[in-house]
Ligand binder design. Structure first.
Ligand SMILES: NC(=O)c1ccc[n+]([C@@H]2O[C@H](COP(=O)([O-])OP(=O)(O)OC[C@H]3O[C@@H](n4cnc5c(N)ncnc54)[C@H](O)[C@@H]3O)[C@@H](O)[C@H]2O)c1
Ligand SMILES: [Zn+2]
Length: 383
């Protein structure tokens, strides 16, 4: 006799809701029809691109869908952050309704984090939710934004404020898509890759240290290995702390408290997120060391790796890390003060282990970490 306990059923449902299948391989779309069927997905897909990913990969992707017997509807948005808006979403809902897209369809988001976040947002809300399949084409999307189910659009009062937790059914990663990605975007994504080494995996850190140029030059097998490891770490953290309740998911924000202040000072225009994160991680390393958590040798190893990142000439000229320290602190606080909140910092115990510091830190400590980073870090320009 087989008795299925209600708790077990609940747990299974819970687990199903909490897991995405992530596939990393080149080419990744072979056998797509069978893959969709195995995952209970219909062969009816809305495919969202931005103008660049439509041009670069659109014909190839849509011809695979034809070949695999899919019914599809393509949607294209401008390739910019502003596409993560309610207006853009509203327009896309309209196109989908007109094309008779209903609950039996799914949505494939083919692009960087903008397309992934917008596509996920639309999928989470359209007809009370249809499945989303992430097909990331930037290094940042492959290793970060496409994984974990946080989907959002921006509001004029702030980034990513309106959104859902909507896990992708599948994340299909093909590192060969990165061949056309500009160098600047490679370094932007690489910041998050290195972050995983810092917060979760000392061996990955050593691997990245050894093969940094191989990866930024997109050499195989190093690139795929780095993408695989990063995606697995993000997925693991997300499964363990889906709604960011026990501080684990918050460790993904290593360097980000400083980075958000820098991005704001740069009007979210002059500095890519990953560039701000690179600079923010230098500050966070010094803060970890100055507060007595991270030893000198690890600090030096960390700074040396970050020193290998390259920035566009314009960014170096603007000397973002050399700005007035009080101004940066104020910018880091800006949206917190309104909510009467404290700044939260993720620190390192050693390379490969991070934690969210619960207690309040004196402003002087934060300013000192910025000063140390400013003195030590000399950004190099993209060749
Ligand atoms: N949901 C999350 O958990 C999460 C995490 C991090 C970032 N994000 C979001 O991700 C977004 C940033 O994502 P992004 O850095 O991928 O930027 P993006 O989507 O704007 O892509 C960057 C640029 O690269 C182009 N591009 C994409 N793939 C290409 C390719 N293979 N070759 C050449 N050009 C290509 C795009 O058209 C765009 O111009 C932000 O909106 C951010 O808020 C979300
Ligand atoms: Zn980030």
């Amino acid at each position: 006799m087989c008795v299925v306990l209600p708790q077990l059923l609940k747990l299974n449902n819970f687990k199903r809701d909490m897991a995405s299948t992530i596939i990393v391989r080149t080419p990744v779309l072979t056998g797509l029809g069978a893959l969709f069927t195995t995952h209970g997905l219909s062969k009816k897909s809305v495919v969202l691109f931005d103008e660049n990913t439509r041009k670069l990969f659109g014909d190839a992707i849509l011809s695979v869908l034809d070949h695999e017997g899919f019914q599809w509807k393509e949607l294209v948005v401008p390739a910019r952050e502003a596409s993560k808006s309610f207006n853009a979403a509203y327009r896309l809902y309209g196109s989908m309704i007109e094309a008779d897209v209903d609950r039996s369809w799914n949505l494939i988001a083919a692009g960087g984090g903008v397309v992934g976040d917008l596509g996920g947002f639309i999928a989470a809300s359209y007809f009370r939710g249809i499945p989303v399949i992430q097909l990331p084409t930037t290094l940042l999307a492959m290793t970060d934004s496409a994984i974990g189910g946080k989907v959002a659009i921006n509001h004029p009062l702030g980034k990513n404020l309106i959104g859902f937790f909507h896990l992708p059914e599948l994340v299909l990663i093909d590192p060969s898509y990165l061949a056309t990605l500009p160098q600047r975007e490679i370094y932007t994504g690489m910041a998050e890759v290195v972050k995983y080494g810092f917060i979760a995996d000392g061996q990955l850190f050593t691997y990245l240290d050894t093969h940094f140029s191989d990866i930024t030059d997109l050499k195989e097998p190093y690139l795929t290995e780095a993408v695989k490891k990063s995606a697995a770490i993000k997925d693991d953290v997300v499964i363990k702390d889906f709604r960011e309740t026990d501080g684990l998911r918050a460790t993904l924000n290593f360097g980000h408290t400083f980075a958000h202040g820098l991005e704001k000072l740069a009007d979210y225009r002059h500095l890519r997120h990953g560039e701000a994160v690179t600079l923010g991680m230098v500050c966070a390393l010094f803060l970890s060391h100055n507060l007595g958590y991270l030893d000198r040798e690890s600090l030096e190893r960390g700074v040396a790796l970050l020193q290998r990142f390259r920035f566009p000439k314009g960014v170096v000229k603007r000397r973002f890390l050399d700005i007035d320290r009080d101004l940066l602190l104020e910018s880091m606080f800006s949206d917190k003060k309104k909510l009467n909140k404290k700044l939260r910092f993720v620190l390192l115990k050693h390379i490969g282990e991070a934690f969210l510091l619960e207690e309040n830190i004196d402003d002087q400590q934060v300013l000192q970490a910025i000063a140390d980073a400013q003195e030590r870090f000399k950004p190099a320009t993209i060749r």
